[in-house]
Ligand binder design. Structure first.
Ligand code: ITT
Length: 218
């Protein structure tokens, strides 16, 4: 069961996230399939999935939804930016913060980033965290793990790597923005890397445990 199954769906519509998740899930040694590969068209029902107040609940809801749809073990991530001076906002609303439902991809990122710069105009306190909850759901179990990464918000965009708020997030650990970082650098210290590493460790640990005659792991 579970990780003995060799195909895992990565349930995201975000191209930037998908690239990162595929690389981070390599330790599982499974075939990673995207929603696009499975030919699952985006539906308006998906909008309602992430309506919870925590990253963990949203990640689990997303993984449950696509597991029910595909019948395959499914991994999802719910993530966002929590800015200290904004009381942790935009948080779980990071993607829709600008309210620009008419935009997607880079154009939506640009609208969100413009709002971020505007919201912090004249504000000295620049501390922020990226947060990610990564969830796994199959027929038998559900797991969720959280990861965080600290930094500060810079007014001028730096670098064109990554996606979302990356060009404005100066990573404490890297000393450069996630937009300036290589994929490998971001993959060492990011919120997503930490959540997914913890998720993979839990899944692999579980897989290592012996299975009894009833198929349960000891
Ligand atoms: P899926 O739900 O389809 O996975 P999404 O983009 O809607 O894609 P979320 O609901 O988790 O995903 O929203 C995450 C938003 O938070 C994302 O759109 C970015 O604006 C921001 N974000 C999350 N992780 C980020 C990262 O590593 N770098 C930059 N921005 C990030």
């Amino acid at each position: 069961m579970a990780l003995d199954a060799r195909r895992i769906v990565v349930a995201t519509r975000n191209e930037g996230k998908l690239r990162e998740l595929v690389a981070l899930l390599a330790p599982l040694g499974a075939e990673i399939v995207s929603l696009a590969t499975l030919g699952i068209p985006e539906s308006s029902a998906e909008d309602a999935i992430e309506s919870h107040e925590t990253f963990e609940e949203n990640a689990l809801a997303k993984a449950r939804y696509f597991h029910a749809l595909t019948g395959l073990p499914t991994i999802s991530d719910d993530s966002g930016l929590a800015v200290d001076a904004l009381g942790g906002r935009p948080g779980v609303r990071s993607r829709r913060w600008s309210g620009r439902d008419d935009l997607s991809g880079r154009a939506l990122d640009a609208a969100n980033n413009a709002l971020l710069v505007e919201a912090l105009r004249g504000v000295e306190e620049r501390g922020a965290r990226f947060v990610c909850a990564a969830a796994y759901v199959d027929d038998a179990r559900e797991l969720v793990r959280r990861g965080e990464s600290s930094g500060r918000i810079v007014d001028s965009a730096r670098g064109s790597g990554g996606f979302g708020y990356d060009p404005h997030f100066l990573s404490t650990e890297l000393g450069r923005t996630f937009g300036e970082a290589t994929a490998e650098e971001k993959g060492r210290v990011s919120h997503r890397a930490r959540a997914v590493d913890a998720l993979c460790a839990a899944l692999l640990d579980d897989r290592a445990r012996p299975v009894d005659q009833a198929g349960r792991r000891g």
